[in-house]
Structures are given as C-alpha cells and as structure tokens.
Design a protein around this ligand. Structure first.
Ligand code: FES
Length: 517
C-alpha cells in the first residue's frame, strides 16, 4: 500500500509529468508491414525527433519508430533546462581528458543550445522558451571547495560566467557561478512542432514498434527486425533510444548505468525572482519555474539514485516537497514525476557510429541528465556524419573511444560488482509475503507456486502476478512504490505491473503468471 506522508491533500495519487499532461501529442500506428527507407531513427525523444527533423530537411527519406508512444521516455519527464552548465563538469573533463576536449564539450553543447533557440524562432513556437540565468551554487564549505575548482576550470577554458556571493533565491549560499543567456522551455511543445515539420517534409512515424537487437547487413543495406516480425530495410539506422536497440557486440550494458531522479511541481506561496538553479553537492537540488494554468509553478528536482536501488521511492518525493515548502512555501502540488537517465563511464555521452564494424548504425546515449543540449547536439553530429561531413566533435563523443583511465576503470569495476551483487542477492532473498495478502495499491515480491514472483493489487482489488526475473539478463526486479513499476537494479529495465516493458535494455515483457479479478 502507498505510504505517502505528504501533508498536501490535493497531491495526485499517481505520478504524472506536467509536460505530458499539458501537451496534446498526436498518436501514430504501429508498423504492420515490411518497409524500406533511407534512414530509420529508433526512439522518439529529443534526440530521435531532432535527428529525424534535420535529416528530413536535408531531403532524406526518414522513418521514426518508438517502442512506446512518442515522447513517453525521458524527454517527457525532464526538467528541460537548456544550458551548458552541467553541474561540476568542466573541472572533471580537464582532469580526465584535456583542456581542449573540455572546451569542445562546452562549444558542442553551446551549439545544441543555439539550435534550440534558432528553431524556436524559426517556427515561431509557443513553447514557453525563456532566457534565464543559470546558477550553480554551494551552501556548505565542502561543496564550496569543489565549486571553486569548477570556477578555476571556467577561467582556464575562458567560459562565459561570473563568480557571485549570493543568488536571487532565499538560500544562504557561500558562492555561485552564474551563466547568462541560458534557457528553459516546455520540451514537448517544442518537439511537437519539430514532429509536425518532420511529417510535413515526408517523414513517417510508428509507435508501439519494438526493434530486436539486430541490424543485419544485406548487400550494403541494413535489415532491422521488429518484435512483431516486420523488417525495416534502410541505409542508415540511428539509435536515439536509451540503451542502443542494437548492441553490435559493444556490451553497452557494461558501459552505461541507469539512475532515476524526481520532480515535484509546486505552486509557491511567495513570488519567484526567475533563474535556474542547481546545487553543487551530492544531495542535488534543481530549481526552475514554468507556467501552468495561468500560474507560476516551481519545479524542484533531485534525489537521484541508481534504478532499482535505494530507499522507498515515495520518500524522494517527500524530501523534495519539504525542500520546496521550506524555500518558498507550497500552496499545492499539481504534479510530481520521475525520470530515468543513463550515465557513461567517463561522463561524456556516446554519440556517433556504433563501431568500425557497424559504421552505418549511429548511437546517441548517456546524457547524464543533460539531454536537452546533448540530445540536440547528437542530432547535429549524426546529421553531419550520415552525410560524411566533417564534425569537429566526433572524437570527443565517439562511442568506441572507451578510455580506460583510472576513473572509468574504477566505475566499470564498481558497476560490474553492483550487477553481480544484484544477480546473486535477488536470487537468495527469502520471501515471506503471499500474493493473497496484498492490500489495494500494494506491490511486493511474493512466493507463488513455490517460486519468487512480482505481485501487485490495484485499487479495484485486481491482482497481477508476473515473473520477477528480468528478461534482459536475469536479475530480479524490485518494487518501485512511487511509480508502481518493477525496476531492475542491474541495468535499469523497468516493467509495468502487467509486465510490459517501460524502459530497456529489456525488450521482452515479464511473463504473466496470473491475473485474478
Ligand atoms: Fe539487465 Fe535487468 S536490466 S538484467
């Protein structure tokens, strides 16, 4: 049973993204035949839609396909900050790579920001696009030390920014870096406009179309197979899905890990003075405003953790409510939601051709929560790469770079150990619960028919029991109370209570054991 202790009586029972609830998105059919195209883009989030838009405008015949609905993945659940200020990133990049590569990371994301700004103007979009100052702040001595190192990196790289001693919010900070002319928007209104333009330029969209882990080469063409048994024959395939739909032997699940984070959208009691904010310590707090129903709503984000691991997920929402309540007061909370994002071993996304062996399959993933600029940048890079045009960022982001520096090696070892631990511990858990004992709106791992199973009873009393073994590589799923989903702690696959895949790398559902009415 849901155990929220929130004092807000109007709180929605189920999490729902404000972006998804307020944008009227079109729907599209599932692919039901074999087709041919020049480019197949898989994954209809910001990366996939922007890539499809740019390539269609270059005259390519493009098909865009998604395993769920368009914009139902992370893009529909982002905080939608459009900025080159990605937390404490530049100091790390200088240390792990070089000043040159750190500067290229900045310039490339600045190009992503500039393209978003340009397209908003070009298509005269009504998408709440607003220039904002972005603040990265420290409110304790430990974080201040790290923030000062980041400021040194800004100075070394000659990045636009300013050191300030206070911020416009009532947070007693010890220091902050402010970057002007950054932006925020309604991501789905923006992408809906790109989608419409894509279709007007001859693009085709399919929803509920899941690609298998295959991209066979047939006489210079790629043959992509759907789970439903249809084939997309194409010259180029672009993966804008989180885990690349085609792994090509690159073992992406060892080079990426999934994290969830949370957003609470609250109507404040006191006025908001503008700006976008991010705390620089490990207990991240992200703040920005938006417009909703004629009012200013503040989005409080943070509470990141590895998928399928950590405390009861409802607690994360409660922590953000408390933070927002103490900061500006909270009259009400019309929305709250969570998102999942992938992180690479070295903190830089993987963008470009999958490998030398598969030069016509392109991937873009691992944006580490900065998908607005990184996803747009990925679309620009892949547009150039498909046309064999030189792109000066190729080497920085190449998916096959995988530098085994001490830091990435450490991350790889930790992630591998984490996965192995989850594989073992999930199997030996002793279960005392029985499915029949579950109360309305309660989910738990139970013993059923002598085996471990994942059971949920909905508010109408219906009981769903599915196999608890993740169909990706066999870890045991965990109950996510906040989202009412089964989440895999190994590589972040998520399933709904009936077993359907919400997020990959898994593509097959959890087998249905039983549904009782
Ligand atoms: Fe890999 Fe579940 S996501 S085993």
């Amino acid at each position: 049973m849901s155990t929220s202790h929130s004092p807000y009586s109007d709180l929605p029972q189920f999490p729902e993204s404000m972006w998804r609830d307020t944008a009227k998105l079109p729907t599209f059919p599932a692919l039901d035949q074999d087709i041919q195209t020049e480019v197949a883009v898989i994954g209809a989030g910001i990366t996939g839609i922007t890539t499809a838009y740019l390539l269609a405008r270059e005259g390519f015949k493009v098909v865009l396909a998604d395993m769920n609905q368009v914009l139902e993945g992370t893009t529909g659940y982002t905080t939608a900050k459009v900025t080159t200020q990605h937390g404490l990133v530049y100091d790390k990049l200088i240390k792990h790579f070089s000043e040159k590569e750190a500067r290229l990371y900045y310039e490339s994301n600045q190009e992503g920001l500039a393209l978003i700004r340009e397209l908003v103007g070009k298509h005269n979009m009504d998408c709440q696009f607003k220039e904002q100052d972005a603040y990265l702040y420290a409110d304790n001595e430990k974080d201040l030390k790290e923030l000062r190192k980041e400021w040194k990196a800004y100075e070394k790289l000659k990045l636009p920014g300013q050191w300030v001693e206070s911020i416009p919010l009532p947070i007693p900070v010890l220091g902050a870096i402010v970057v002007k002319n950054q932006a925020q928007f309604h991501p789905l209104e923006y992408l809906k406009a790109l989608l419409e333009d894509f279709i007007a330029h001859g693009g085709t969209v399919y929803e509920h179309t899941t690609l298998e882990d295959q991209a066979d080469d047939h006489n210079g063409k790629l043959a992509l197979k759907t789970l439903e048994g249809h084939t997309i024959t194409c010259d180029y395939a672009v993966s804008g899905s989180h885990f690349p739909f085609f792994d090509g032997g690159e073992l992406f699940f060892t080079k990426l890990h999934a994290e969830r984070s949370y957003v609470v959208a609250g109507i404040p009691e006191t006025s908001y003075s503008g700006g976008m904010y991010l705390s620089s310590g490990s207990n991240v707090r992200s703040i920005r405003s938006a417009e909703w129903d004629g009012q200013t709503v503040i989005l409080y984000g943070g509470e990141g953790h590895k998928t399928g691991q950590g405390i009861c997920t409802i607690k994360h929402y409660e922590n953000l409510e408390q933070f927002g309540g103490e900061l500006l007061g909270l009259k009400s909370i019309p929305y709250r939601w969570s998102a999942q994002d992938l992180f690479t071993l070295d903190g830089v996304p993987y963008i470009g051709p999958l490998s030398d062996k598969h030069p016509n399959v392109f991937v873009a993933t691992g944006f580490g929560k900065w998908g607005m600029t990184n996803g747009t940048l990925a679309a620009l890079m892949i547009r150039d790469q498909i046309q064999n045009k030189e792109n000066r960022y190729t080497n920085v982001y190449t998916p096959s770079r995988f530098k085994l520096n001490p830091n990435s090696l450490k991350t790889l070892v930790v992630q591998g150990a984490d996965t192995a631990q989850e594989l073992i511990s999930g199997k030996i858990d002793i279960l005392h619960r029985k499915a029949e004992e579950l109360k309305p709106d309660e989910g738990a791992l139970v013993r059923y028919d002598g085996k471990k199973a994942a059971a949920y009873r909905n508010s109408d009393g219906e009981l769903y029991i599915v196999d608890a073994t993740c169909t990706h590589m066999g870890c045991e799923v965990e109950w996510n109370e906040g989202e009412r989903s089964w989440d895999c702690p190994c590589h972040g696959s998520r399933f709904n209570v009936q077993g359907a895949v919400l997020e990959g790398p898994a593509i097959e559902p959890l087998p249905n054991v039983k549904k009782f009415s």
